[in-house]
Design a protein around this ligand. Sequence first.
Ligand SMILES: Cc1cc2nc3c(=O)[nH]c(=O)nc-3n(C[C@H](O)[C@H](O)[C@H](O)COP(=O)(O)O)c2cc1C
Length: 203
Amino acid sequence: MNQANLIILVLFYSRHGATRKLAELIAQGVESVPGCDARLRTVPAVSTVTEATEPDVPADGAPYVELDDLTECAGLAVGSPTRFGNMAAAMKYFWDGTAAQWLSGALAGKPACVFTSTGSLHGGQESTLLSMMIPLFHHGLMVLGLPYTNPELMTTSSGGTPYGASHWSGLDGKKTITEDEKRLAIALGRRLAETAVKLRAVA
Ligand SMILES: Cc1cc2nc3c(=O)[nH]c(=O)nc-3n(C[C@H](O)[C@H](O)[C@H](O)COP(=O)(O)O)c2cc1C
């Protein structure tokens, strides 16, 4: 009997597009694994104006994530721009609305990974990646990094860390993704999807 493809959720927030580019590369890595489909989803911005609203569907780009996406996925990649060495409030706000999924264990046992983009090279990529792992551990996800068998981890002079994929966008946000950043982001997406496939095999 043919099995349905596994859905790997690539969930990101991106104000200016740098983190979105990483999300697309991770999705590319996911889709290089037979039997896996990437589902790109984003979260709305948060506002300083209480109860300000956005349309239900973004004007362009990935749709907003729905809580059912968490239940339906077999693996999860989470990405945010670095904001003062931490994830952006919009991503944190999303996780703060997932108590029901935490209680039901909707994500427990699924593989996960993280990615980020910074304006400066030493401006907190690792701290942001580690901070994004914390809600994932609480949800029972099994968090993956990148092993040093990826040679780019030794040579990169831009982004790319063992804690997850990253990009140095520069102070004007205009730096393009380097070859090392690209390869590491694709490798992370592939590793996530391959792990989801292996976990299905033993379930
Ligand atoms: C409020 C705020 C805080 C930021 N904090 C940091 C920081 O701590 N370190 C850093 O390197 N860049 C920081 N940045 C820059 C963004 O992380 C960077 O421009 C990122 O690539 C934007 O991603 P995006 O294009 O996906 O929105 C900050 C930007 C803003 C608006």
